[in-house]
Design a protein around this ligand. Structure first.
Ligand code: ACO
Length: 429
């Protein structure tokens, strides 16, 4: 295969270097095209634009493959702890026993959050969405650690910031939950593992002993791993974009949390459950709901279905569905929403509308049902996504800085008014 493609514009030829990825993916390098030809490329929503090269995550949407640093998501979800996967994503290799032990010990020594964070949470109105609080607390963290603001800080500074982030995120998420339900926060217990400590801070009470059900901690561990990274999605691209201006890691991740909040991205897990609840409460059948979706009534979409990249199946959804069955069975939960979800899936997978558009259940379709069974309020679902995605955001930010990537700054095609004469206020109609 040639190393170049030739683009012919009005008889003039331009050489576009071809790049090949590890798994044979192909890319045309158009970075010099504008300088040479004055043309830019137009690609709304970056549907066909590679914004970077990366060594973190490989996904093949046609084949339903997801791998982190070369390891399949199925193997990682089956065999690893969440912190092992975090280590893998950020540092590039799976830790050995000693490396993991050092990593866990270091993380467990940074779990406390400054007491003044509570003051900020108290300023929020009752019922405020937890994602708004998470975004704000993450940005606030940068004020407590001014040493992390230096855009040219050394590797050691980055390591401390990364450790602080991974360690404090479960504490922050649990604090936000406790604040939402009006309970006093439960402080971290550093000799518990990452997931158990988080569950204790969330579901424990300061007046009682808390014993973690292994079914719940196993399910939670798996869910966090399944959300840990997903290459250049909306929030990861946001983190990289913000970080490309040399903004600090806390601010970049706060921006990533904002991107994740949207219902077309991480916010879909909350929307799925609300949709299922609405179908149940209104008494319509799953088929009637799907008819509304197909008729595009008031922009109704089948939440938890469809994906920008997966056009066959989402491997994470398969694993989650299995985990969902196990959790509900072991906890003895018989949730009618699960029946509605299964019926929706069954009908949609055979329906021409969904089949022709290659719409399949995504990671969010079943995760909400498990979160609900585990006892999380619906509004916390996207926070749980953020807790899982944190290592991915850190790894993406680190890679972007290590590659010394230029500031992200897309071009545009201007379609507004041409130059027009200024109209004085007195002359405006
Ligand atoms: N329900 C009904 N129709 C849909 C859905 C859906 N969930 N998703 C896409 N479509 C339709 C669109 O209406 C469009 O149809 P048209 O050609 O008749 O206009 C066609 O499929 C293509 O849709 P796009 O929005 O162009 O597809 P895109 O790849 O840009 O969108 C997205 C992907 C945003 C995930 C979309 O499928 C969606 O909105 N899904 C529901 C929200 C959701 O579950 N988000 C979570 C994604 S996974 C994650 O972020 C963790």
């Amino acid at each position: 295969m040639s190393d170049n493609a030739i683009l012919n514009i009005e008889g003039k030829e331009y050489n576009l270097p071809i790049h090949k990825g590890t798994e044979g993916e192909l890319a045309l390098n158009i970075s010099k095209l504008r300088d040479e030809s004055q043309y830019i490329t137009l690609d709304l929503g970056y549907k066909n634009t590679g914004a970077t090269t990366s060594k973190i995550t490989f996904l093949d949407g046609e084949e339903g493959i997801l791998r982190h640093r070369g390891y399949s998501i199925e193997d990682l979800a089956e065999n690893c702890t969440f912190l092992e996967v975090a280590y893998l994503l950020i540092k590039g290799n799976l830790p050995n026993v000693e490396e993991l032990s050092t990593f866990q010990n270091t993380i467990s020594r940074h779990t406390l959050v400054h007491e003044d964070v509570k003051l900020m949470l108290n300023a929020y109105p009752t019922g405020a969405h937890p994602m708004g609080k998470l975004m704000a607390v993450m940005a606030l963290m940068s004020s407590f650690y001014p040493d992390s603001l230096n855009p040219h800080s050394q590797e050691d500074d980055f390591a401390v910031t990364m450790n602080r982030l991974l360690a404090k995120m479960p504490t922050i998420c649990a604090m936000i939950h406790k604040h939402s339900v009006g309970h006093p926060m439960v402080y971290p217990t550093n000799n518990l593992n990452y997931v158990e400590n988080y569950l204790k801070m969330t579901f424990g009470h300061i007046t009682e002993e808390y014993e973690c059900d292994p079914v719940i901690s196993d399910a939670m561990n798996k869910l966090l791993i399944l959300h840990a990274d997903h290459e250049q999605n909306c929030s990861a691209s946001t983190v990289r974009m913000v970080g490309s201006s040399h903004a600090n890691l806390y601010a970049s991740i706060s921006a990533g949390i904002a991107a994740l909040w949207g219902p077309l991205h991480g916010g879909a897990n909350q929307q799925v459950l609300e949709m299922l609840q609405e179908i149940k409460d209104s008494g319509i059948t799953p088929q009637q709901h799907l008819d509304k979706v197909k008729n595009k009534e008031a922009g109704v979409r089948l939440m938890g279905f469809g994906h920008r990249v997966y056009k066959n199946f989402d491997p994470r959804a398969k694993i989650i569905k299995g985990a969902c069955d196990n959790v509900l069975k072991k906890l003895g939960v018989n949730d009618p929403l699960l029946d509605i979800a299964m019926k929706l899936e069954e009908i949609a997978l055979k329906d021409e509308y969904f089949v022709s558009r290659k719409l399949y259940p995504n990671v969010d379709f079943y995760s909400g049902i498990i979160y609900k069974a585990l006892g999380f309020p619906t509004q916390m679902f996207t926070v749980l996504f953020a807790l899982g995605r944190l290592p991915g955001w850190i790894a993406q930010w680190k890679e972007m800085r290590e590659n010394n990537e230029p500031i992200g700054r897309p071009r545009q095609l201007y379609l507004g008014e041409p130059l027009r004469p200024f109209i004085k206020m007195s002359d405006r109609k």
